[in-house]
Design a protein around this ligand. Structure first.
Ligand SMILES: [Zn+2]
Length: 367
């Protein structure tokens, strides 16, 4: 286990010296383009096709990424169990980090390796069967392996429940590296389990360790992501480092497969609006190709941070915003006041099945 002084850590160093950092784009949807089949575990490619994983990382580094996420989103024992690989947590996660580390170190500049940690797919107590202790140990097991492979920071993403955030942060935090955590606010301005940006702000204050950065990833499109960043920024204040890692537009079924409709131009506008709204780490999630990321980098390089956009400016530039996020933007945080959406447990259960992902599930299966 490596315990790194903050001053020595690539992530905290870059954050301290740069106004914004560019995170990478999608892992899952780009691996599908490289031959991954729906239902396959992307993590198995860390040992079966390390060259392809390195190639994807390299393409994002070439596009200007300062932070690359390891191919380990489903790397807890619970997710790997769906592929009978629950005994390979250490091997697959260490390999994931080592592949990214080698690409980062050969880049000739400082590139941060972020060890991706996704949900277990299990519902936690008190609603579901997974105890906090078991979840925390599973996250710690994955985090230790990512650190051993050379991760600079542990990057928890696509979370939706308070219990799992707490378990993941405690587990990842046991390793001694900085911890980042992002939720997917994909259900009318809230996470699938009902957490709003305002709720997340309160939860973050109680976490141990505190987060090096936090924010939002995946979700339902660029306009909703910018609204979410606005709402997080208002709730958390200027001292919190916010992450925006939004999907490349809206998923659509085309000829039986899922295609994201965002253009490089749309993602460029999203990147600038996310920065102006308070994000300091900006990247893309599902559907974001290296070409999109390069456009985002060029747009951010040419842009000076300005005033935060108004809600209607976001809508006219990027598209509609949910009624829940709109109500939150207006200062209304209660469900009764319209900033609503209940927990959607059916979707949570659907994710446990793994395998061939259903439509709304694909973006979750591989980040
Ligand atoms: Zn995504």
């Amino acid at each position: 286990m490596t315990t790194t002084k903050p001053s020595d850590n690539r992530f905290t160093h870059l954050l301290a010296t740069r106004p914004w950092l560019l995170a990478d784009g999608a892992t899952g949807s780009n691996l599908f383009d490289m031959g991954l089949m729906s239902g396959d575990a992307p993590e198995l490619w860390n040992t079966e096709h390390p060259d392809r994983i390195a190639k994807l990382h390299q393409s994002f580094v070439d596009a200007g990424a300062d932070i690359i996420l390891t191919n380990s989103f489903g790397g807890t024992q619970y997710r790997l169990k769906l592929h009978k690989a629950q005994d390979r947590v250490a091997e697959l996660n260490t390999a994931a980090a080592a592949i990214a580390r080698s690409v980062a170190d050969a880049s000739g500049r400082t590139v941060v390796v972020a060890g991706s940690i996704g949900p277990t797919g299990e519902i936690m107590e008190p609603i579901g069967p997974l105890t906090k202790e078991l979840a925390q140990e599973a996250f710690a097991e994955q985090a230790r392996a990512l650190a051993a492979g050379g991760a600079d920071v542990l990057w928890i993403e696509t979370m939706s429940s308070r219990e799992e955030v707490e378990a993941a942060v405690a587990g990842a935090g046991s390793v001694g590296l900085p911890v980042v955590c992002t939720l997917s606010f994909d259900t009318n301005g809230r996470s699938m389990m009902g957490i709003s940006p305002s709720d997340f702000s309160e939860i973050e204050k109680t976490l141990s360790p505190r987060l090096a950065a936090c924010g939002s990833n995946c979700g339902v499109g660029a306009s909703e992501m910018v609204a979410c960043i606005h709402n997080l920024s208002v709730a958390m204040g200027p001292d919190v480092v916010l992450v925006a890692k939004g999907n490349c537009g809206i998923p659509q079924y085309v000829d039986g497969s899922i295609v994201y409709n965002g253009t490089p131009e749309l993602m460029s506008i999203y990147a600038k609006m996310a920065l102006d709204s308070g994000a300091r780490i900006i990247g893309g999630c599902c559907g974001t190709s290296p070409k999109h990321l390069r456009a985002m980098k060029d747009a951010l390089d040419a842009h000076t941070k300005g005033r935060a956009p108004e809600l209607e400016e976001v809508v006219s530039a990027l598209g509609e915003i949910s009624t829940g996020a709109r109500a939150q933007w207006g200062g209304e945080q209660s469900r009764a006041g319209g900033a609503a959406a209940g927990a959607n447990l059916n979707r949570g259960r659907g994710r446990r099945s793994g395998g061939a992902a259903a439509a709304g599930d694909t973006d979750k299966s591989a980040s």
